[in-house]
Design a protein around this ligand. Structure first.
Ligand code: ZN
Length: 166
């Protein structure tokens, strides 16, 4: 069977959206930059004079950001969204792999089937993600990279899975 290239931990679930994500991130960075500029130039003093004494400048700035940006800006992918997508891909991969292991191509489904996929959980940008690499061999449940690692986020990952009510 084909394994996902193991030169690095590939975020296979996001591969398809990579270009879009890069673009959105750039725009969001620009948003932040402009927002901060406007705040410092025009609004900071105003906020300072109106806010209560225990509001520091950072609170003021956050308050201002929340008034101009919705909290659901497109680049903010929640833990739930990212897990849902990953589990969905893996479910499809499972089905396809069961049908015909020999012709299964991981790239087509953005995931390896559960049994062939490394169980290591990474924490990335405050989100838990399962490693997308293939297992080293049929006797292990980790990839070459994580075979000696302690899977320290596994319990947390399971907790999140339960709490998300998927
Ligand atoms: Zn791994």
């Amino acid at each position: 069977m084909e394994e996902i290239e193991d030169t690095e931990e590939i975020e296979v679930t996001e591969d398809n959206n990579l270009d879009l994500n890069v673009l959105l991130k750039s725009f969001n960075r620009l948003d932040n930059y402009v927002a901060k500029y406007i705040y410092n130039k025009y609004l900071k003093k105003d906020f300072e004079s109106k806010s209560s004494d225990n509001n520091n400048d950072n609170d003021n700035y956050k308050q201002y950001l929340n008034t101009i940006f919705s909290l659901e800006r497109p680049f903010i992918i929640t833990q739930k969204e990212c897990l849902e997508k990953d589990l969905e891909n893996m479910e499809i991969a499972d089905e396809q792999y069961d049908k015909d292991p020999k012709t299964f191509k991981a790239r087509q489904f953005n995931s390896l089937p559960d049994i062939k996929r490394c169980s290591y959980i990474r924490k990335h940008k405050n989100k838990y993600k399962r490693c997308a690499n293939g297992i080293l061999d049929d006797d292990s449940d980790m990839c070459y990279k994580h075979i000696k690692s302690k899977n320290m986020y596994w319990d947390k990952y399971c907790e999140v899975l339960e709490s998300l009510d998927l």
